[in-house]
Design a protein. Structure first.
Length: 257
């Protein structure tokens, strides 16, 4: 499944946020979207999800997003927001089951088959043991995995993630990104935003750099996240080095020369 953006633009009164953005995300791609605050990342996601009406066109497997009903869009696109403290202490299992509501009638409730599917997904993410725990009583990383499970039960082929590791500790950041990488390997199309270029260097198959509402670079992590690009993007000197790992080595970046 693929999603294509063709000359997408969006403006608020007196301010252009997106300007002529074009790219196609294909099946199995794990795309990192980077850009400084105010670059237009969240607005781009809202356009892709159909929440904002933009110029240009956005299509899924050739069909324009504007022709989708909300229920149809939910079967193709799943959105994973940043993990936040929940207002209501729903259980992990009930939170995941909220992802099937788009496929149910108004008076219909999730059935036993939905519960089995939800438990299978929780098990695949390593948090089945938390099914009966309240979302207010688990860690931030576990809560993020719960939101990921809720998206997966939608059975959508495209996952859009807004800073999926924001506010998580180092260990939980790694665990969440490992799960996201595994989903891409299973054929999901994944687009995630991040403020950490090292996440993109270590996990992404492709990087989009957004600056002033336009695509600044689009390519592999190694070719897109050069020292020059990173320094220009964030307004500080940035160095890049290769370090040895068990898997043969990876690129990392850090401030300074």
């Amino acid at each position: 499944m693929s999603i294509e953006l063709d000359h997408v633009s969006f403006s608020y009164p007196r301010r252009t946020v997106l300007d002529d953005v074009s790219f196609t995300a294909g099946k199995g791609e794990l795309i990192a979207l980077l850009g400084p605050n105010g670059a237009g990342k969240s607005t781009l996601f809202r356009c892709m999800l159909g929440f904002l009406r933009c110029g240009g066109s956005i299509s899924i497997d050739g069909r324009g997003i504007r022709s989708f009903t909300r229920a149809e869009a939910a079967r193709e696109l799943a959105y994973i927001p940043q993990a936040v403290s929940p207002v209501f202490n729903y259980t992990v299992l009930d939170t995941v089951l909220m992802g099937v509501t788009g496929r149910l009638s108004l008076a219909e409730m999730p059935g036993e088959e939905h519960r089995r599917t939800a438990m299978d997904i929780l098990d695949s993410l390593g948090i089945a043991g938390l099914a009966d725990r309240g979302c207010g009583q688990i860690s931030g990383g576990e809560r993020q995995l719960t939101l990921l499970a809720r998206a997966l039960i939608q059975n959508a082929g495209i996952l859009i993630m807004d800073e999926p590791t924001a506010n998580l500790d180092y260990g939980n950041q790694h665990r969440v990104m490992e799960r996201i990488s595994a989903l891409s390997a299973r054929g999901y199309t994944v687009i995630f935003s991040t403020h950490d270029p090292n996440q993109a260097l270590m996990h992404a198959s492709r990087v989009l750099v957004l600056s002033d509402g336009r695509i600044m670079t689009d390519g592999s992590p190694a070719s897109s996240l050069t020292e020059e690009t990173l320094s220009s993007l964030y307004g500080i000197p940035v160095s890049r080095r290769r370090v040895d790992t068990e898997n043969g080595g990876t690129l990392i970046c850090f401030p300074g020369k």
